[in-house]
Design a protein around this ligand. Structure first.
Ligand SMILES: [Zn+2]
Length: 427
């Protein structure tokens, strides 16, 4: 196993919801009804099948061949074929996972427990499966990119993104998880053994490549980072036309570090003045950038007179280095100003990684495992309040989900045989 998620090649498996198992077994003996049921399900999803490139698709499908899954108690699996391009699709009924003996309802419980932060070992214990089997299920879902799953739900590729790296550990080595968030949804969760600009560019570049393959005209308009050099430079390299903003909350939290040797109350007092300053600038409807420049100069002068010229100078040169990124945030109302959502996502992922010894083995497929965790993060319902009760992050962001069942959605959305229907015309 390598460290990069492999793209599934020629995988034309489709998961089909037959409602209940007896329906499936009844249809096994009736080829015409079987194909009709599959077509009806396709229609309800609004997806198309991944035909060969020469084929315009369509619904000229026929039953092709079948085989028997011994490990699933002799279950018959049918394949269907496009009569035009001869592409063959394996139809997996909803109660079967691709290449797994584990049933989806068993996986469902183990995955919820995993998502909730329980270790692979404990999840496996309460669900009577092996930790490695659970690890492999997560990796299998993680073979499918976040971008392809999210766009299948009708979400637009994000014009404005938050990018930051989570610091974590693999055994004794420090590792970094480059992450892209937009709204409440994770669009990229990578894995890097180095914090160099080149390493981050490579990781964020994976997102860019998949996005461009999906939509060749895709451009990032704005990216918010915490101002870390490697992140900023990887964003510049990958998205040369994008506005680059620095997170205002990171700025707030950094200020006390610049006031070395001062007492905590003094530093906290200045931090809260800085908070008011940034807040007032954001509230202004116009000339926010001009207002910020003036206020930063006055604030640095205020620090110099109240706590000493050395502090004033240190803060002034820090402002000088960072203010362009803060201007950017204030200049474009659509730019995200703070990376709070991203920090929340990182904290959620971190709790899992900490609880998860399965992650910490160098031969593991970290990229696939992390992507699998990110799918769970996006698709498992988490909202309890009335407005969004029972919804997952994709739904809260306005995405369409194939069914009301998150586990079935995960199976369907990571089926290699489906592809997005072309976007409907706007008229
Ligand atoms: Zn075809």
């Amino acid at each position: 196993m390598g460290q990069t998620a492999k793209t599934p090649r020629g995988n034309r498996t489709i998961t089909v919801d037959f409602q209940d198992e007896s329906t499936y077994f009844r249809l096994l003996n009736d080829g015409k009804a079987f194909v009709e049921c599959v077509l009806a399900f396709l229609l309800s999803l609004g997806f198309q099948l991944t035909h060969k490139s020469t084929c315009h698709g369509g619904d000229s499908l026929t039953r092709h061949s079948h085989y028997v899954r011994i490990r699933l108690g002799g279950l018959t699996i049918w394949r269907i074929q496009c009569t035009r391009c001869k592409a063959v699709f394996t139809v997996l009924p909803h109660f079967v996972l691709r290449y797994r003996q584990m049933r989806p309802d068993v996986a469902r419980d183990a995955l919820v427990a995993t998502h909730g932060g329980l270790s692979l070992e404990w999840c496996a214990t309460i669900c009577h499966i092996s930790p490695m089997a659970l690890y492999r299920v997560i990796c299998a879902f993680g073979q499918h990119s976040l971008v392809s799953v999210l766009t299948r739900c009708g979400l637009r590729l994000p014009a404005y993104i938050l990018a930051d790296e989570k610091h974590s550990r693999c055994l004794t080595a420090k590792v970094y998880l480059p992450t892209i968030v937009s709204g409440r949804v994770l669009w990229h969760l990578g894995y890097s053994a180095s914090k160099s600009a080149a390493a981050f560019t490579q990781s964020y570049g994976v997102f860019q490549q998949v996005a461009l393959a999906q939509e060749p005209s895709y451009r990032v308009k704005g990216a918010l980072t915490d101002g870390f050099d490697s992140t900023v430079s990887s964003m510049r390299t990958l998205f040369p036309g994008a506005r680059l903003g620095y997170c205002l909350r990171h700025a707030l939290n950094k200020l006390p570090d610049k006031l070395i040797g001062l007492s905590a109350p003094v530093r906290q007092g200045l931090r809260s003045q800085f908070h008011t300053l940034l807040h007032r600038c954001r509230q202004r409807k116009s000339l926010r950038v001009v207002a910020l420049g003036q206020r930063l100069r006055h604030f640095a002068a205020h620090i110099a007179t109240t706590v000493g010229e050395a502090h004033g100078e240190r803060v002034r040169s820090w402002f000088q280095a960072k203010k362009a990124g803060w201007y950017t945030v204030l200049a474009d109302p659509q730019m995200p100003a703070m990376s709070t959502v991203l920090d929340q996502a990182h904290n959620a992922i971190d709790r899992k990684l900490f609880a998860m010894k399965g992650f910490h083995h160098p031969g593991g497929s970290q990229a696939a495992f992390l992507t699998g965790l990110a799918h769970l993060y996006n698709l498992i319902p988490y909202q309890r309040r009335a407005l969004h009760a029972g919804k997952c992050r994709v739904a809260v962001e306005g995405g369409r989900l194939p069914t009301a069942d998150w586990m079935l959605n995960l199976q369907i959305l990571t089926s290699g045989g489906y592809q997005c229907a072309p976007a409907p015309p706007h008229h």
